[in-house]
Design a binder for this molecule. Structure first.
Ligand SMILES: NC(=O)c1ccc[n+]([C@@H]2O[C@H](COP(=O)([O-])OP(=O)(O)OC[C@H]3O[C@@H](n4cnc5c(N)ncnc54)[C@H](O)[C@@H]3O)[C@@H](O)[C@H]2O)c1
Length: 426
């Protein structure tokens, strides 16, 4: 059983079913469950619709609103509900505890209850306490944190870099090893606290790489270096690697911001000042405003300026706009009086829920840039990377492109008459 039909729960359900397991995926959102039973996906993720449809057809996958009605004969239960941040940065575990309560009230026989949601160390103990309040027979709790990335979630699930299995009994470990046996990758078998920490430490490290290269980019601008070549030169060093050394407007999304803050909070709660993480968070929150400053430097007063924005999702290949920096910057542009027109290949509907009619929604990238005083690049979709700027020549009010993702070659855009600015390059 998988509890939660979000990005992690739905992908896990479809993939476990594809691996031959019988899966029931439970969510409290009746619209979502109704849609899934009709083959309507609640979000955009490459390949998910086909995988869900094939496994529904093969009767290995079911969707339901009820834990109680489906828990009989279930061997493993994955909790994949949201763990959003509280104002303090602490992870809000109310969805996890609600699921645990329901499990405690419904369970009738041994099962391994696993958190796949990202939860702080100690969560498994609290889950145990909640379940044991109602269920007095044998069961195990465990932790298998999920590392999939939106946009490549199915591949990440099926061919992961590693699987982390945190358990407190041999029986639970054997169940989970068997469950994952068809997935070939290193398996880290450990205790629960370590498993929970591996997830936070991994995300915090990746966020650190991003903030690090953004700081390097800011120095590059001052000294006349090119951050893209610096990252390339660094990346060939196997101890460093090229991934996550992309300078830009900072990290967003539903995971990095909250997980970095949560780890910082966990450290603080335990009397440790995780100074590096504090800096990572600060650098990330200032990076987008450095970009904003560039816009103001070029355009001056934004009142009545027309600005085209390419990209709304927090990264390409997803429609997820949670903590998307694009949305935050657009809010500021609107506040400063700019007229904003946006385009994103898949995230427009989600963005509309937040931005409403305060921006114009365009059916193509070119249309968003038409007659604009500047075009801003916020998300590195391939559609933007491969865009032929010849199309835009003479169609913008000012031929200004300010690129928050370093997608283009300045020489090429300059030769077409564009004033091109990017991050950490001349
Ligand atoms: N999204 C990612 O890329 C990603 C990657 C790795 C780990 N994670 C972690 O996985 C967890 C889930 O993330 P997500 O992005 O899939 O979240 P999500 O918000 O997309 O999905 C959560 C789902 O859980 C459902 N839910 C909430 N309470 C419930 C309950 N009591 N019973 C049944 N269903 C319930 C919600 O209706 C929702 O559909 C988080 O802890 C997140 O940090 C996310």
């Amino acid at each position: 059983m998988i509890i939660g039909a979000g990005y992690v729960g739905l992908v896990s359900s479809a993939c476990f079913a594809e691996l031959g397991h019988n899966v029931v995926c439970v969510d409290t959102d009746s619209e979502k469950i109704k849609g899934l039973n009709q083959g309507i996906m609640p979000f955009f993720e490459p390949g998910i619709k086909d995988l869900v449809s094939a496994n529904l057809l093969a009767a290995r996958l079911q969707f339901s609103l009820s834990i109680k009605d489906n828990i009989n004969n279930v061997d493993v239960i994955f909790i994949c509900v949201g763990t959003p941040p509280k104002k303090t940065g602490q992870a809000d575990l109310s969805q996890v505890f609600q699921a645990a309560e329901e499990i405690g009230r419904s369970i009738k026989q041994y099962a391994v209850i696993v958190t796949k949601s990202t939860v702080p160390v100690g969560a498994a103990k609290k889950i145990r306490k909640i379940i044991s309040a109602n269920y007095h027979s044998e069961y195990d709790v465990a932790s298998c944190p999920e590392f999939l990335r939106e946009g490549t979630a199915i591949k990440d699930f099926m061919c992961p870099d590693r699987i982390v299995i945190g358990t407190e009994s041999l029986r639970a470990r054997e169940w989970l090893v068997k469950l994952h046996e068809k997935i070939e990758c290193p398996k880290i078998l450990t205790e629960i606290a370590t498993a929970e920490m591996i997830k936070y430490a991994s995300n915090a490290f990746l966020a650190t790489k991003i903030s690090f290269i953004n700081e390097v980019a800011n120095v590059c601008e001052l000294v006349g270096a090119d951050v893209e070549r610096v990252a390339e030169g660094m990346g060939y060093d196997k101890r460093i690697g090229r991934a996550f050394l992309n300078a830009g407007i900072g990290y967003g999304g539903s995971c990095f911001p909250k997980d970095v803050r949560a780890l910082h909070h966990i450290a603080e709660e335990n009397g440790c000042l995780f100074q590096l993480l504090k800096a990572v968070i600060e650098v990330n929150s200032q990076q987008k405003w450095l970009f904003y400053k560039k816009i103001k430097t070029v355009l001056g007063n934004l009142e009545e300026k027309s600005i085209g924005v390419w990209g709304l999702s927090f990264k390409p290949e997803t429609d997820d706009i949670r903590e998307s920096i694009a949305i935050e910057l657009i809010e500021k542009l609107i506040e400063d009086g700019a007229k904003v027109k946006v385009y994103d290949p898949v995230a427009m509907a989600n963005a509309q829920k937040v931005l409403g009619d305060r921006v114009g929604y365009c059916f193509s990238a070119a249309y968003a840039a038409e007659a604009a005083d500047a075009l801003l690049i916020m998300t590195e979709w391939d559609e933007f990377r491969n865009f032929d700027f010849n199309i835009l020549r003479g169609r913008m009010r000012q031929q200004v492109v300010i690129d928050g993702r370093n997608l283009y070659d300045k020489a090429v855009l300059s030769s077409l008459g564009f004033n091109y600015l990017s991050v950490g390059r001349q």
